[in-house]
Every structure is written in C-alpha cells, then in structure tokens.
Design a protein around this ligand. Structure first.
Ligand code: ITT
Length: 190
C-alpha cells in the first residue's frame, strides 16, 4: 500500500513526510501533470479537493495539505489565496510587507488543513491546525519555505525561518494539524 503526497510544493512535501517518519510509509510523488483546481472556500475544502482528485486519478491513497497565512489587519488575507499572492515566495513576502507598511497591528496566524482520501477518492480523515504569530517589518532567517522569514513568534523571539526543522515541526500550524491527524491515521493504516 502506498500514499501519494498530493502537493507540488517541495517545502511542504519535506515537512509532511517528516510527520510519518516512524511509520515506514511507501510514499509516491504527485504526478506532475496533475493540477487540481482549488475551488473551495475554506482550507479544509481545498485539502479535501486535492486529496480526493489525486486519489481518483492515481487509484492510490492520497494526502493533501492546504495552508496559508491569515493577517488580521488585512481581514484574513491572503488566507486561502496565499499561494496566489505573487509568483515567487519573495514576491509574496514583498506584497505582504507593502500592504502592512503603515499598519501597527501585525497579528496573523498560519492555518493548515490536512485531508486523507482512499483510492476511490472518499475523504476518510481531515484535520486543521493553527499557529498564531506576528508579521515582521523585514524578513529574517533562511530555513523553511514560503512566508516563514516574516512570520515571528514573540514567545520564541524567532521567525519560522530561524527555527530548526524540529522546532517548526512541533510548533507550527502543520504540527497542530498532524497532532490530531496522526493517531487517527495509525488506527486505519495497517
Ligand atoms: P500545493 O497546493 O501543491 O500543495 P501550494 O504551495 O500551492 O502547493 P497551497 O495552495 O496550500 O499550497 O498554498 C499555501 C501557501 O501558503 C503557499 O504560498 C505556501 O508557501 C504558504 N505556506 C503554507 N505553509 C507554510 C509554512 O509552513 N511556512 C510558510 N509558508 C507556508
């Protein structure tokens, strides 16, 4: 039995695989030509769409992650549109910093939704996690991916891009989602 990781984002792929480290799963990559349109209104809906479509197309179990950054002063933007806020991570970060240039309220949170589909495309598990933080004035750190260099956790005095992979693994929105997801996954995956 194999599990397709239904993502085209290499940073995500690496983090997702790490959560299954002790479980000895046979992972398959998403076929590159398979692009799922994210038409849902919520993170969970989009995660379910991606998992279900990729499972049906491949005839394998599939797991998908839909995630993004919700910024209070921007009324939750970019939210589910986080990947579409620019063409590169640098462009996306610059856009956020520009939109927050004169804003004192820097509060934000990351959201991650995970969904698991069986080979027929039925959703058998889903979960969601969030991680609150703040948006810095300028990027800091080189680790991680995406918006990590501007996402700051005051209680740790570091951005996600200044965390070790292990720290991010435990503290992130993805970590929160997997805390709920993994025990249930272990129950059904033999
Ligand atoms: P797939 O849909 O193929 O999985 P994607 O990158 O398009 O890849 P999303 O639609 O879920 O994924 O968009 C997520 C966006 O939020 C994207 O710009 C990511 O870089 C960003 N993001 C998600 N998790 C993140 C994290 O842990 N750290 C920094 N940025 C993150």
């Amino acid at each position: 039995k194999s599990l397709v990781v239904a993502t085209s984002n290499p940073g995500k792929l690496e983090e997702i695989k790490a959560y299954f480290e002790s479980l000895d799963i046979n992972f398959l990559p998403k076929p590159p030509e398979l692009e799922v349109e994210e038409t849902g209104d919520t993170f969970v809906e989009n995660a379910c769409l991606k998992a279900s479509d990729v499972a049906k197309a491949t005839g394998e179990w599939a797991i998908a992650d839909d995630s993004g950054l919700a910024i209070d002063a921007l009324n939750g933007a970019p939210g589910i549109y986080s990947a579409r806020y620019g063409n590169t991570d640098t462009e996306r970060i610059e856009r956020v910093l520009k939109e927050l240039a004169h804003e004192e309220n820097r509060r934000a949170h990351f959201v991650c939704a995970i969904a698991l589909a069986d080979p027929s495309g039925n959703i058998v598990l889903s979960s969601e996690g969030i991680c609150p933080g703040e948006i810095l004035q300028a990027p800091r750190g080189n680790a991680g991916f995406g918006y990590d260099p501007i996402f700051y956790l005051p209680q740790h005095q570091r951005t996600f891009a200044e965390f070790t992979p292990e720290m991010k693994h435990h503290l992130s929105h993805r970590g929160e989602a997997f805390k709920v997801f993994l025990p249930q996954f272990q129950q059904l995956w033999h």
